[in-house]
Write a protein that binds this ligand. Structure first.
Ligand code: V1D
Ligand code: CA
Length: 479
């Protein structure tokens, strides 16, 4: 036990975990624009709160290395990435056709620093995946990531690049099977779509379904061809509470773990499924939401935790701070420590807030019916798919950064204006950690062609530029 609360290390879930955490002190400054609900500032609030609970002392804290253009192109189309890199708020009106083609506009506006923002959040998830692959951590956290709607050639639902797909591709270099779980209130469509035809990635999304963005995620959508039954969708109605949520989450995920036996798990922890969210309509408490993290932690499989949606900032900060505590094995005191954003948490200044008395429109009958249907689909997967690597793609190298950068990055910025001095165990902070070279790209494409290029159905096709003479073969690959 220490200042942060009770240690959970002795309990049944208590094996101590090595946790690494990615945070960029600039991330809170990116601004989607006036009236836009997505506010990267919430990541800075969560960070400030968890630092004041002392959680940074229990993790390896890293400033993410920005993902390079070529890293992003492992999933995204080259011309889409180039567009994200070059478009500016000042010049966007000269590129109306491109804006439309890449779905950049109201939900996904062009704002100052858009590309470095994408590089930063993708860099955190990639860095976490590399560190898990190297067995230097059991759990990696990147609350700035989790932007699950981004498609190969299209922005969507506040997401521009899909850091989750990129991180899963990285994990697939070392793990035959990767499980993706999505507890954001919205359907994890971008990740599902990327892996819809493979049996190497199972995707499971819990979401509000019915007249709700993005409109996909029907229980009948189960995957295609080799990927049939490797996509799972759990459609939910308004007002779901902790008990109802867990009566689906635990049996479904237990069965998934049993039949799929993933080598690594990515958990998208979108906090818009919390009670009182500005865009959401569920009724989960922070503890109910965090129960998913606690449960996944208990399987002792490498775990990447990423953020996602969440539009009532004070509750997002509460949730991701508490979940960081769960990851490191500490139960945090309800009384909040003073922090930079203390005034946001009044009048109670507590970590936990009671859910509302809204009606739970998920009847017991409904919950039982969908649970049975999903477990039935899982029972069709009798055996884990056996995938043989003839040759493993090259390991991602950790390169030393140049000395100039080391001077700055040797100390990790904990919040604006103050540095936290890395301890000796954090010496690796000085290193660049996800540099993918051209050989890696080629090797990855060789080994996972269906994941990076071969999306064959119309559903996955990019919007072609009108009048473009770029032709594609039957795999949607440019000829
Ligand atoms: F209310 C708004 C104000 C300004 C700009 C956008 C919005 C807004 C609210 N809800 N946009 C939405 C959703 N978009 C639509 C559009 C209408 N259509 C034609 C589409 O309903 C998008 C909601 C995105 C949710 C994102 C997410 O929470 O899942 C997320 N996960 O990771 C990052 C974000
Ligand atoms: Ca979801």
């Amino acid at each position: 036990m220490d200042g942060s609360g009770n240690s959970l290390l002795a309990g049944p879930e208590g094996r101590k975990k090595r946790v690494c955490y990615y945070y960029d002190s600039e991330v809170g400054n990116y601004y989607y624009g006036q009236g836009h609900p997505m506010k990267p500032h919430r990541i800075r609030m969560a960070h400030s709160l968890l630092v004041h609970y002392g959680l940074h002392q229990k993790m390896d804290v890293f400033a993410p290395t920005k993902a390079k253009e070529r890293d992003l192109c492992l999933f995204h189309a080259d011309d889409y990435v180039r567009f994200l890199k070059t478009v500016t708020p000042e010049t966007q009106h000269e590129q109306i056709r491109q804006l439309k083609r890449f779905n950049v506009g109201e939900d996904c506006p062009v704002f100052d620093g858009l590309f470095p923002f994408c590089q930063t959040y993708a860099g955190g998830s990639l860095g976490g995946a590399v560190r898990l692959n190297q067995k230097m951590a059991d759990i990696a956290i990147n609350w700035a990531g989790g932007l699950h709607h981004a498609k190969k050639c299209e922005a969507s639902g506040f997401c521009y690049v899909n850091d989750i797909v990129l991180a899963i591709l990285e994990l697939l270099k070392f793990h035959e099977r990767v499980l993706y779980i999505d507890i954001d209130i919205h359907h994890g469509d971008g990740v599902e779509e990327a892996f819809y035809t493979t049996d190497r990635v199972m995707t499971v999304s819990f979401h509000k379904f019915g007249d709700y963005f993005p409109g996909t995620g029907d229980i009948r959508d189960v995957g295609f061809e080799k990927g049939k039954y490797y996509s799972l969708n759990v459609p939910l109605n308004d007002g779901i509470d902790d008990e109802s949520y867990q009566c689906l989450f635990k049996p479904i995920i237990s069965k998934v773990m049993e039949v799929f036996q993933p080598g690594a798990v990515v958990l998208q922890c979108g906090a818009d499924s919390l009670s009182g969210d500005r865009l959401g309509c569920f009724n989960l408490s922070v503890k109910g939401h965090a129960e998913c993290v606690r449960f996944m932690r208990s399987f002792n499989v490498p775990l990447l935790l990423v953020g996602g949606g969440g539009y009532t900032m004070r509750n997002v900060a509460r949730c991701w701070c508490y979940e960081t505590g769960v990851a490191v094995g500490v139960e945090l005191e309800d009384k909040m420590p003073y922090n930079e954003y203390y005034e946001y948490f009044g009048p109670d200044y507590t970590l936990h807030v009671a859910p509302s008395n809204m009606e739970n429109q998920n009847s017991l009958q409904y919950l039982q019916t969908i649970r049975e249907r999903l477990l039935e689909n899982l029972s069709r997967l009798q055996h884990v798919p056996s995938i043989q690597f003839s040759e493993r793609p090259p390991d991602t190298e950790i390169l030393d950064e140049d000395e100039e950068e080391m001077d700055v990055k040797g100390k990790i910025r904990i919040w604006d204006g103050e540095f936290y001095d890395s301890e000796s165990e954090h010496a690796e902070n000085l290193r660049s950690n996800h540099d993918l070279d051209a050989n890696n790209v080629a090797a990855l494409r060789r080994h996972t062609p269906e994941l990076t290029e071969g999306q064959t159905t119309k559903r996955f096709k990019c919007n072609e530029e009108k009048g473009s003479n770029v032709s594609r073969n039957s795999h949607g690959i440019r000829a």
